[in-house]
Design a protein around this ligand. Structure first.
Ligand code: ADP
Length: 209
């Protein structure tokens, strides 16, 4: 997060004199309390300063990168998940390949009639099934998919960093986001390598602090 000159000065004043009231910071800078209010709000929200009623502002001692790490560690799967692209388990490999092209995704999730997760299909799974002269319209995806209980998944309230670690540890491109229901694991979203890349870029570009 890029701080303005005034915000940098406020931090210095609070570091040296804290706890210090907003009024005193304003006096120190030759400004009014009202002028300073937005800066104090930003610095407090970003975690550089903390405020105690009737005591004043004090410096938290946290650097920009510490605050960034704290922020990233709080990201939830639900804030970043995208729509899952699914095929039914009775769909053919041919249909799955068509869906993958049409929907422009690298991983398909396979569901039963209750839209509960039963399998995963990656590009390589479909390529493998396509080698040889089989009639792909006659091979159902449930024959070639990776199936439960071997599927790595996450829940919407999980931390994004934990989902990202699953992608790395299992060397996979995506995980489904599921919700437990009586019928099984209903699929509600997906987290992929693209999700993580987007979160990373947004964080840097938007100065998310
Ligand atoms: P690709 O095969 O295109 O490199 P992946 O690395 O994601 O894509 O998939 C590698 C293997 O892991 C495939 O056999 C796939 O079915 C399986 N796989 C993919 N995602 C998952 C997951 N979330 N849980 C379990 N297995 C998965």
């Amino acid at each position: 997060m890029d701080l303005s000159n005034r915000q940098e000065k406020i931090i210095e004043i609070v570091k040296e004199n804290g706890p210090i009231t907003g009024e005193h910071i304003a006096q120190n800078l030759g400004l009014t309390r009202a002028t300073l209010r937005p800066d104090l709000a930003i610095l407090t929200m970003a975690g550089f300063l903390d405020a105690r009623p009737r005591v004043g502002y004090f410096f938290t001692g946290k650097t920009g990168s510490e605050l960034l790490t704290e922020k990233v560690k709080k990201f939830k799967v639900s804030e970043f998940q995208s729509i899952p692209i699914v095929v039914n388990e009775s769909a053919s490999v041919y249909d799955a390949i068509s869906t993958m092209f049409l929907e422009d995704v690298g991983t398909l999730f396979v569901v039963d009639k209750n839209t509960c997760l039963t399998g995963v299909l990656s590009r390589k799974d479909l390529l493998r099934a396509s080698i040889g002269n089989q009639d792909l319209t006659n091979i159902p995806v449930h024959i070639i998919m990776t199936r439960m209980p071997n599927i790595t998944f996450c829940m919407k309230d999980d931390l994004l960093i934990d989902a990202a670690n699953k992608l790395i540890n299992k060397q996979i491109d995506g995980v489904p986001v599921v919700k437990e229901t009586n019928a099984g694991n209903e699929i509600v979203g997906r987290i992929t390598k693209t999700t993580i890349t987007k979160a990373f870029v947004e964080l840097i570009m938007d100065d998310h602090l």
